[in-house]
Design a protein around this ligand. Structure first.
Ligand SMILES: NC(=O)c1ccc[n+]([C@@H]2O[C@H](COP(=O)([O-])OP(=O)(O)OC[C@H]3O[C@@H](n4cnc5c(N)ncnc54)[C@H](O)[C@@H]3O)[C@@H](O)[C@H]2O)c1
Length: 439
């Protein structure tokens, strides 16, 4: 392992020499298998596999194991990796068996959110570095456990808040911090997507062949199988996710706090949440949320609408940093600075700027993770940053669930001030035999 790490430190992140196979770009190099970084993917269906693809595009990375509790997904993805790389990874249904393999350097966690904590902590304990998808965990308390485990076992952890690696957001942060926009008074965020309504209601059904549904549920409450509470659409139910708020909100709110002088957990949160859409959809989570996060020097103003797809500046989602000299509007496609102006003579208060055509940044986020595995440097989204971003999504969701228009969070004590019902949601109740990991 040490020799391999030393080799990896000295190897470069060459992105040339790629060959394309259906859906996966794999780096073609002469790096010997013993010198490669060995990764395993746990939770293979959608995002996890996308993140694995970006790992496989790097010459020093080799995928040696895939794990999924749905044998159908596992078989399909094993075949896909074999076709692309020429080598079939070992297939697993139980992540604990993956972690027993001593030759694995890092794991990617692409399971639904309710599994992130158990798997990430176990991976840290097993000496693996971890790429865990966002939100870092499905509760405030579980975020702390992952952060503690990363620290205690000295692991490199990248939380999948990939916008931190995106050019449009990096340049926006630099413009905000350089004072180009003057004093920032507000960060307005909007997030409008049809899928926020969930699927149409449907009846419970037989558990699909090949699915270990009890393992899929894991620490979540036992329930009859319903396709809506399973692959993909689990995110609309509190047992497994946090709706549009933690799916998209966490990305956008992360960008608001990233531009802060000293990023911090929210302290006071004002929340309006309703379910106003009348379509026959299946979800626990809210379709309409407006949240105010008063910060020391400015206000974060979050506006979310499941079932709508138009928004300010003609964009379904975005962030507007509103400063005295200008407003910068950014999303994954680029940014534009709209200058304020003085009246007489009419003149702009800052230079107009524009960046167009930027793309998703998962590949750069993965490259940063792999680089940090080699250098042991901190990733661009280390556990504390992932925790702060997640809290900006979890606290409004908790407020909405307990009907509190205002919540005060004491981050030093890790509790809400004067709200017992909210405090009861800081930690999840795990279904036996699963228990919260001890770090
Ligand atoms: N960064 C992003 O832009 C982004 C985008 C989409 C999803 N995500 C995140 O990625 C994660 C996965 O989301 P998704 O849309 O791919 O979900 P999905 O339902 O499509 O896939 C999850 C997979 O995990 C498997 N799984 C569940 N429990 C497991 C366990 N204990 N062990 C092994 N496999 C298990 C499921 O069978 C399924 O194959 C979520 O945390 C989500 O928030 C991030």
């Amino acid at each position: 392992m040490t020799d391999r790490r030393n080799f990896l430190k000295s190897s470069s992140l060459l992105l040339g020499g790629l060959w394309l196979s259906p859906g996966i770009a794999v780096a073609r190099t002469k790096i010997s298998p013993s010198d490669q970084l060995r990764v395993a993917l746990i939770g293979c269906r959608n995002m996890g596999f996308g993140i694995l693809r970006h790992h496989l595009a790097l010459p020093e990375v080799r995928c040696v194991a895939l794990c999924d509790v749905d044998q159908n997904v596992l078989d399909e993805k094993l075949k896909e990796v074999e076709t692309a790389t020429g080598t079939r990874p070992e297939g697993f249904n139980d992540f604990r068996k993956v972690l027993e393999r001593k030759d694995i350097d890092a794991v990617i966690i692409g399971t639904p959110d309710h599994w992130h904590c158990l798997i990430a902590v176990a991976a840290c304990q097993a000496g693996k570095d971890v790429y865990v998808e966002k939100p870092m965990a499905n509760s405030i308390g579980e975020c702390d456990l992952i952060a503690s485990a990363a620290k205690r076992y000295d692991r490199v952890v990248q939380v999948g808040q990939q916008q931190r690696s995106g050019q449009a957001f990096i340049e926006s942060k630099d413009l905000v911090k350089s004072g180009h926009l003057g004093k920032i008074r507000k960060v307005n965020i909007w997030s409008n997507f049809n899928y926020g309504l969930g699927n149409e209601k449907q009846s419970n059904a037989a558990i699909p062949a090949g699915v270990d549904y009890d393992f899929w549920l894991g620490p979540a409450p036992l329930r009859d199988f319903n396709p809506n509470r399973f692959h993909g659409s689990w995110r609309h139910f509190w047992d497994y996710g946090g709706g549009l708020m933690s799916d998209w909100g966490v990305h956008l709110l992360d960008m608001a706090v990233w531009a802060e002088e000293n990023p911090s957990a929210p302290s006071r949160v004002l929340t309006y949440a309703r379910n106003v859409n009348t379509e026959n959809r299946d979800r626990d989570t809210f379709d309409t949320m407006n949240v105010l996060f008063p910060k020391k020097d400015f206000l974060i103003n979050y506006d979310m609408n499941g079932g709508l797809q138009t928004g300010p500046y003609g964009k379904p989602y975005g962030i507007a940093y509103v400063g005295d000299k200008g407003t910068l509007v950014v999303n994954r496609s680029g940014y534009e600075v709209y200058p304020e102006w003085s009246d007489s003579p009419k003149s702009p208060k800052c230079e107009a700027k524009k960046l167009e055509g930027t793309k998703e940044s998962h590949n750069l986020h993965v490259a940063n993770f792999v680089d940090c595995i080699k250098t042991r440097n901190q990733t661009v989204c280390p556990p504390e940053a992932g925790r702060i971003a997640a809290l900006h999504a979890h606290i409004p969701n908790i407020a909405a669930r307990v009907g509190a228009e205002e919540l005060i969070w004491d981050d030093s004590k890790r509790e809400f001030v004067g709200n017992k019902a909210a405090n009861a949601l800081v930690w999840p109740d795990y279904r036996k035999p699963w228990t919260l990991p001890k770090v």
